[in-house]
Design a protein around this ligand. Structure first.
Ligand code: ZN
Length: 102
């Protein structure tokens, strides 16, 4: 198995511990390569950034803007979830009725 050294924690880790970065050049050529930080370091970095109070406001503002810009998308997701749940409940109800009749 090939390994790579993380540029943040400086540990040698297997390639499966690194996210794959997709880079599209102006020519349209796509290059895939492992990230310079391992998944653990990247995750720790994001978690630390999100915990800072000054960034909480940024996250809240971004989410509010995203929700306002994607109302149709959210409605479609909610409808899909509602219909899926409705089907699941119908199966459960049918099973309960079946059990009572026996
Ligand atoms: Zn690392």
């Amino acid at each position: 198995m090939t390994t790579k050294k993380c540029s943040k924690c400086k540990l040698e880790k297997p390639l499966t511990e690194f996210s794959i970065v997709k880079h599209t050049r102006k020519t349209g050529n796509v290059k895939l390569y492992p990230s310079s930080w391992c998944k653990q370091c990247a995750s720790d970095h994001i978690n630390n950034w999100q915990k800072k109070p000054e960034n909480r406001a940024k996250i809240t503002a971004y989410r509010k803007a995203w929700v306002a810009a994607n109302k149709d998308k959210i409605a479609a997701i909610q409808k899909r979830c509602y219909l899926k749940r409705k089907e699941e409940l119908a199966v459960i109800k049918a099973k309960i009725t079946e059990d009572k009749t026996q």
